[in-house]
Design a protein around this ligand. Structure first.
Ligand SMILES: C[S@@+](CC[C@H](N)C(=O)[O-])C[C@H]1O[C@@H](n2cnc3c(N)ncnc32)[C@H](O)[C@@H]1O
Length: 375
């Protein structure tokens, strides 16, 4: 099987690296998707269980040119759908069309569903669609249709721990990518001084403790009859074995009491509450005894005038704080234009990352490199 891992714009390289860490080296990024060849069901289970920043795990069932609806129908019909979908399967067809002649989503969806049903009716006497769900994605880009079966269900950012509502939280998959793009390792102090609902500190703790992000949730494939019977159980056992114990120095702070209550609850649900200290505190008042550390935050931002002025003042305050903690690395994800000018320093690195569909910059402000003792 060939698997495809959709990834948010700007973090494809992180997902490729996470795949390599899991032993998948022969991968290729194409249009925001990482292709992983030669996979089996155990790989589907492992990638759903362990990937921190991929959005979903799709099985690529077919790929063909589709410039008209006849070609689309024939291409979808070429898949032996009864190898995948049971008689009672509920089929949901979702569509994407980019730079292609076929672009009417509703028509692509109806043709897709009819082609799948026609194949299944050649094998089953009837279809009742009352059972488990199969989400089929028809992705038509440059007139080439990829037919993909989504094994994940709810996106991989849904780890299961973030259940309370909060304004503008970071996606868990994005938070994990920001951490991977930083110089943080579990021997260093970590802070997020605008932690909101706690996503960054929780993701940092989960990474440090080797906690598989998919351990406490279900995946669509778990309900399917076509899956190798022990695939999920083996991945779950690997996840239990991977967990390590260690001391961590992780801090989450926010000016809002509700944020900190929410973050504490989420940390408890994620099973990392014993590893993070949460405080109600203004970021401007952050003090620490740790001479080295890493802070990653997405500070408040809004387009209304008052919000914009606050965002600018906050950026300037963060520049001042950075200058008092000269051995720390600071990272900020923000859509604020001219952030570096307000911060008072050019970033050592700037990357573009999309957060909730908004183009943001991820700025790294480095501290000095740790000195290497000469022997
Ligand atoms: C964009 S949200 C962060 C969301 C967070 N990453 C999450 O995943 O939930 C910005 C946060 O900054 C907090 N905040 C605003 N001004 C602050 C300040 N001066 N000091 C500390 N926190 C502040 C807000 O209460 C809000 O929770």
């Amino acid at each position: 099987m060939k698997l495809l891992i959709p990834s948010a714009t700007g973090i494809e390289a992180v997902v490729k690296r996470q795949l390599a860490d899991l032993g998948y080296h022969d991968t290729r990024a194409i249009y925001g998707r990482i292709a992983v060849p030669d996979c089996a069901w155990r790989d589907v289970a492992r990638l759903n269980m362990f990937l921190r920043s991929g959005e979903r795990v799709l099985i690529n069932l077919a790929q063909f040119e589709a410039k008209d609806f006849d070609a689309l129908y024939d291409g979808i019909r070429s898949v032996c759908w009864s190898d995948w979908i049971s008689k009672q399967g509920r089929i949901v067809v979702v569509t994407k069309s980019v730079r292609s002649l076929l672009s009417a989503h509703h028509s692509i969806q109806s043709v897709g569903k009819k082609a799948i049903a026609d194949v299944l009716l050649g094998r089953y006497s009837e279809l009742n669609e009352e059972g488990e769900e199969y989400r089929v994605e028809l992705d038509i880009t440059d007139d080439v249709c990829s037919v993909n079966l989504d094994t994940t269900g709810e996106g991989l950012h849904k780890r299961g721990y973030r259940t309370l509502p909060y304004d503008a939280p970071l996606k868990e998959t994005t938070a994990a990518a920001l951490i991977d793009l930083s110089v943080w390792n579990p021997d260093k102090m970590f802070s997020d001084i605008f932690c909101g609902s706690g996503t960054l500190p929780i993701e940092a703790a989960m990474k440090a403790l080797h906690m598989a992000p998919g351990m406490h949730r279900r995946f669509a494939y778990e309900d399917w009859q076509c899956v190798a019977p022990d695939a999920h159980a083996v991945a779950l056992e690997e996840a239990r074995d991977a967990r390590v114990e260690r001391r961590l120095n992780i801090i989450g702070a926010d000016v809002s009491e509700r944020a900190i209550e929410t973050a504490r609850f989420h940390a408890m649900q994620a099973g990392v509450d014993g590893y993070i200290k949460f405080n109600v505190r203004r970021a401007q008042e952050f003090v620490t005894k740790s001479s080295y550390g890493v802070n990653i935050s997405n500070p408040p931002y809004g387009e209304r005038l008052g919000d914009l002025q606050t965002a600018i003042a906050t950026a300037s305050d963060m520049g001042k704080l950075y200058r008092t903690l000269d051995k720390w690395n600071f990272y900020f994800l923000t859509p604020l234009a001219d952030f570096e000018r307000h911060f008072g320093r050019r970033a050592d690195k700037k990357r573009y990352i999309y957060n909730a569909g908004i183009k943001c910059s991820y700025y790294s402000f480095n501290g000095p490199k740790p000195t290497v003792k000469r022997l």
